[in-house]
Design a protein around this ligand. Structure first.
Ligand code: FES
Length: 262
């Protein structure tokens, strides 16, 4: 089970109430993780228990008694006596609104998408009960968004197929930053970054290089972290049969794993 944020070690325990259930967790544990331990799964997209909480997708908002607004449960630490609600009609409305914005800026090609059936965006659309999207998508490689100034055309950058092992398709990116954080926190390569703001924000590899020309070491941490098909492994059919192969030893750590390089 992915509990959304990493486990915390602390000698001090706190007791809080989530949806009427009392739960005791180490001090510093996120509300999201505490809820998960109590069997309550809060919708999420940017959180993963492999990565530090980031709070960018705004899907995991909750209500906390005595606190104004709707804090993100992934970035809010559990405190003694806290009373949290994760399932109210207001939260359901907010989550549907957030998901609607994500889907309005996303190709509607689920049936032919490589992530169909294991896409977290698809799953979350179902979890929050999204039934309709009020903004337009033209079915090609761009969407139209309605603004006060009229309709604007949002062009997506083309796919980056340069890496032999995976494809980067920015049209499917929700800019959750999981790939960037995996590259930094898991791999320590710092090859990826988020550029721009709003509709212009995008993941880029080493200052807008193609993946193959960037500092990416093809470790696959970003592919594993991606909740959609933005970063997806190439199949053998796409890659083609290798012309040569050799057994080599990975130099990354001291374990000395051997693998076949093609
Ligand atoms: Fe908490 Fe994304 S999961 S803001």
């Amino acid at each position: 089970i992915d509990r959304g944020t990493p486990a915390v070690k602390s000698d001090k325990q706190v007791t809080l109430e989530i949806d009427g259930r009392s739960i005791r967790v180490p001090e510093g544990t996120s509300v999201m993780r505490a809820a998960s331990q109590a069997g309550i799964n809060i919708p999420k997209l940017c959180a993963s228990d492999m990565l530090d909480a980031f709070g960018s997708c705004r899907l995991c908002l909750v209500e906390i008694e005595g606190r104004k607004g709707y804090p993100a449960s992934c970035t809010t630490p559990a405190t003694e006596g806290m009373k949290v609600s994760t399932q109210t009609s207001k939260l359901a409305e907010i989550r549907r609104g957030v998901m609607e914005l994500y889907i309005s800026d996303h190709p509607l090609d689920c049936l032919t998408c490589p992530a169909n059936g294991h896409c977290e965006l698809q799953d979350m659309a179902g979890v929050v009960g999204l039934r309709e999207v009020r903004y337009g998508y033209d079915g090609e490689n761009h969407v139209f968004a309605k603004t006060k100034e009229g309709e604007i055309n949002l062009h997506f950058a083309p796919k980056d197929e340069s890496n032999p092992y995976f494809t980067f398709d920015p049209s499917k990116c929700i800019v959750c930053s999981r790939c960037v954080r995996a590259c930094d926190e898991v791999q320590g390569t710092f090859a990826l970054t988020i550029q721009g703001r709003g509709f212009d924000s995008k993941v880029s590899a080493s200052q807008d290089n193609r993946f193959l020309d960037s500092e990416c070491v093809s470790c696959g941490a970003c592919v594993q972290a991606c909740p959609t098909a933005t970063l997806s492994e190439k199949s053998l059919i796409e890659r083609g049969q290798a012309e040569h192969s050799m057994i080599t030893t990975c130099a990354y750590c001291g374990v000395g794993c051997s693998f076949r390089a093609e």
